[in-house]
Design a protein around this ligand. Structure first.
Ligand SMILES: [Zn+2]
Length: 473
């Protein structure tokens, strides 16, 4: 039984899908006017892991994640750059896909774009007007009438009267209630516009997700997800629109991914108050970023600092070291580790506890290396498969450990390292310990750590501050 925390009920509930072994998931995707940052990557990577895990547990997953390709921020960017809106959106959609590929985030089953759904949005707004849940204001914009939807505020656990008291007086006084929100905006000069029964214009933000999600998944579906900040007003408004239009419950389970918290003091010195994925990937292997994301539970805040990425890198290296030199072609059947991993993940996708199980496997593999190398390989193969659900351990261990992560590159080439190792082995054979130690120290100073095992010398690249102790143990 998989338990999932539902924002709407504030508790963990047993996941019961509408159709057996099938699950429909809708996640609010990116507004494409900039490169994705670590907070965006956390949402994308977490739902990738959740989707992979549900497939691993036998579900057929229909995963829909939209692209918001018409929006005030996109239009502002296009005006600033003096380029067409579609040039901005195409560029940043491509950039997002590149970043996702780098991070090994699988594409959703469908990736609908808002601009492809004008007809469906207009139809939905017409229905809302017919049912008196929406009205055309004096300025021509169409608004959702919040007072017409009795349970408004239930998802975000807010009282409508408090919301109304706290709402700022809007510059647009065409609204009849400060809580009403726009469904369709009349066209302004130099903005993209589409024909509608209310004149040329464009949709408000919230309506697109109601249109796209119900198109792909039906009026009622299993899971709706997004970043924590979308709970209100976006998801509250989506729910109000969808349920008012269809007369059916919209979503069974609402899932929200927590914020990335940043050590601002350290950030402000270097790159501003957030890191784009691109910036991080110039310094860290993508799997280090994936590892960081699964290292805390998705609902907790993720505390981020560059130091933490360094720690993360060492932890990932321990996982790769466990796989090194083993035959991973066959799996150990029925390990209790997989049962324990599933148990951790069944508890609201607790990736942090899942990782702890992976490290128990590392210890077991390292222990088996001394006694049963073949079994060590079979357990390591299970470790690799489970870690793949987190988007990590996809690389060949040997290449990962010797290629080095970007920041630790020390400019030594492989043949040079190997000839130095040969020279050191020669010195050792001649019992010239001074020379042997000198070569080891020289390599260590350049970020190359040697390990002598069973008459053979292996090497790997390490971060320079780490090279005096061996993290393999
Ligand atoms: Zn949305």
């Amino acid at each position: 039984m998989i338990q999932v925390y539902n924002t709407a009920t504030k508790q963990k509930e047993t996941l019961q899908t509408q159709a057996p072994n099938k699950i429909g998931i809708y996640v609010c995707g990116m507004t494409v006017y900039n490169y994705i940052h670590l907070g965006n990557a956390r949402v994308l990577a977490m739902f990738d892991t959740i989707t992979r895990y549900l497939r691993h547990r036998g579900f057929e997953v229909n995963y829909i994640r939209n692209i918001t390709d018409v929006d005030d921020k996109i239009i502002t960017k296009a005006h600033e750059n003096k380029e067409p809106v579609t040039a901005v959106t195409e560029r940043f959609i491509n950039a997002m896909h590149e970043d996702e590929d780098a991070l090994n985030i699988l594409r959703p089953s469908h990736e609908p774009r808002a601009t492809e759904f004008m007809a469906k949005m207009i139809k939905m707004i017409e229905t809302l007007i017919e049912k008196d849940h929406a009205y055309v204001a004096d300025n021509g914009d169409v608004y959702y009438r919040v007072s017409s939807f009795e349970s408004y505020g239930a998802l975000s656990h807010q009282d409508v009267n408090d919301l109304r008291a706290g709402s700022r007086v809007d510059v647009v006084d065409a609204k009849r209630d400060p809580l009403d929100f726009v469904l369709w905006k009349m066209a302004k000069p130099d903005e993209p516009a589409w024909p509608s029964p209310w004149g040329e214009g464009r949709p408000g933000w919230h309506i697109e997700c109601s249109a796209m999600s119900t198109h792909h998944l039906g009026d009622t579906f299993d899971i709706h997800g997004g970043g924590f900040d979308l709970t209100f007003p976006h998801h509250e408004n989506e729910r109000a629109q969808s349920e008012a239009a269809t007369g059916k419950p919209f979503v069974k389970t609402w899932m929200h991914v927590g914020y990335v918290q940043i050590d601002k003091q350290k950030m402000s010195k270097s790159l501003g108050n957030f890191f784009t994925v691109r910036e991080l990937l110039t310094r860290y292997h993508p799997e280090v970023v994936r590892y960081l994301i699964v290292s805390s539970h998705y609902r907790s805040p993720l505390n981020f600092s560059l130091e933490q990425l360094d720690t993360t890198r060492s932890a990932l290296e321990r996982l790769y070291l466990a796989l090194r030199d083993l035959d991973l072609s066959q799996e150990e059947a029925g390990t209790e580790f997989e049962t324990r991993f599933n148990k951790a993940m069944d508890d609201d996708f607790n990736t942090a506890n899942g990782l702890a199980v992976l490290f128990d496997m590392v210890r077991e593999v390292n222990r088996l290396r001394e006694t049963d190398l073949a079994k060590a390989g079979r357990v390591a193969a299970v470790l690799k498969r489970l870690a793949n659900l987190f988007g990590i351990l996809n690389e060949d261990p040997e290449s990962y450990l010797t290629a080095g992560q970007v920041e630790t590159e020390s400019g030594v080439d492989v043949s040079e390292i190997e000839s130095l190792i040969a020279a050191r082995n020669q010195a050792r054979a001649e019992k010239d310990w001074a020379k042997s130690d000198q070569i080891r120290d020289e390599l260590a100073a350049r970020g190359i750590l040697l390990e002598d095992k069973a008459g053979e010398t292996r090497w790997r690249r390490v971060a320079l501050e780490e090279n005096t102790d061996d993290t393999a143990s």
